[in-house]
Design a protein around this ligand. Sequence first.
Ligand code: SF4
Length: 462
Amino acid sequence: MSDQTTDRRERSQSVAESEPLLSVRGLERHYPVTAGWLRREQGAIRAVDGIDLDVYAGEAVGLIGESGCGKSTAAACLLALEEPTAGEVTFDGQRVTGREDLTAFRRRTAMVFQDPTESLDPRMTVGESAAEPLDVAGVPPEPRRERVAELFERVGLSPESTERYPHELSGGQKQRVGLARALALDPEFVVLDEPVSALDASVQAEILALLDDLQSALDLSVVLISHDVSVVRSVCDRVAVMYAGEIVERGPTTAVLDDPQHPYTDALAGAVPTPDPRAGPPTATLSGDVPDPADPPAGCRFHPRCPEVIPPEDTTVSSDTYAALLAFRTALENDAVDPAGLRDLAAARVTAGSAGGPTDSTGGGDAETAGSSVDTEADGGSVSESVLRETLRAEYDLPERGAVTDESVAEALQSAVELALEGASDEAHDRLDAFTSVCERESPTAHEVGDERTAACHLHQQ
Ligand code: SF4
């Protein structure tokens, strides 16, 4: 274990015994969806949908997840840059939510933005930009200049840099200026929103090392927002994993990322390439997209993408088969199964004689393989119906009928495949609608899964 990890663990244990500096309970941020000239409310985009978070003095907490899962909106609410729809934020024991005078809170908190170029005014020298918070706080010119020089040195910039304009600096230097400005009023709590994602890989490591150093040296409390697991791993004591507006797993960073207890965390952590050439490619992949926050899936919001989804109680199919069935059913529901496109794809594969792809043969033991040829527009030739079925099954990872252990599921899948190829998506969807799992019906609550760790997943309820 590295010294850094040991430091973090000790720090994490000691801070856990005190009161949190920042505390969030039941935080929601919904944006109304309106329609018509009267702009009647039709629904809501549930960007953040009921999160709890504690940040203790001197610790760094990572908030990770894919783009669009609500991390940045949550961060804006933490700093009272956005008013939550529900829930409350307290800082040092004082309620922040709904308070009109935030002057004292603003002096004790700061934010570092993702894009260092956009966060600096091109008409001002970077020294003037860094001095802005001091100016607003009424610090006289001479102490202001001295403070900026001191800050620039602290973040690794030369004193002469203060006279430069943003376009004269590299991306990494600009982010150092952003850090200097954020630290100007000596804040206790800083939110870093994707602080290195706009930088080159070579510069990222330098800025992350600087962040880690500043956090320890200044005893800062930090919330670091990132989609990148390795960024969070290098800076944070604890981590909260966010998906579709909710926190699905939390705990000490190393424990969570080395031994994920939620399938979403597992997929995020497994998708990170390792520098070790013997380790091979990333172990997990995350298919599909983050759901529409205006219409999140029922039950567990991750269920349409979850490789470990729990199959319905009254079937004997594996998680893999049920996950494929769900992905196919979701595609049908979204009208994303295109028979014409599948014909083109099948024809292209036959023409290319792609290795491992379907061949234009009507042989095989599958009951559905005896079919006639179907003309394709792609090459003026034809592909058999069996190849079309095979192509569709391959597209959605649907196993062949003989490989499905549960007869009722095998029959429903075969029927749905036939209907989908005829363009009858609704009927095909209905064939599969009879199978529902607890993951689709019930929203999982957070279960304890270890020391100071929780995961919101039905797998831990069984
Ligand atoms: S509750 Fe079900 S769908 Fe959600 S993560 Fe757990 S196993 Fe997957």
